[in-house]
Design a protein around this ligand. Structure first.
Ligand SMILES: [Zn+2]
Length: 90
């Protein structure tokens, strides 16, 4: 084996190690994988039981128009535009 063949073999080995290093640095890690969709069943049960507020359009007596409201479990509502609280049944 000549000195040229020894040097060529060593350079080929270094090249292979370099390729391995680049592959290791750029390999996919799964960090950008989509997150699983949360289970919405407990939320629906809490809304049905009246333990959470929901949102819907309702009449705002302060603005005398229909606006988006937070609907509370006790039947009252709060206008998201002007923050007016309206008692249940009003
Ligand atoms: Zn309002």
């Amino acid at each position: 084996m000549s000195a040229f063949q020894v040097i060529a073999g060593a350079l080929a080995s270094l090249r292979a190690l370099g390729c391995l290093f680049v592959w290791h640095a750029l390999r996919p890690t799964g960090q950008r994988r989509a997150t699983p969709v949360p289970n919405m069943a407990p939320l629906a049960a809490l809304l049905a039981a009246g333990e959470l507020d929901s949102n819907d359009t309702a009449w705002c007596p302060e603005e005398t128009r229909t606006t988006y409201h937070a609907l509370h479990a006790d039947g009252s509502r709060t206008c998201w535009t002007c923050r007016t609280d309206t008692p249940a049944g009003a």
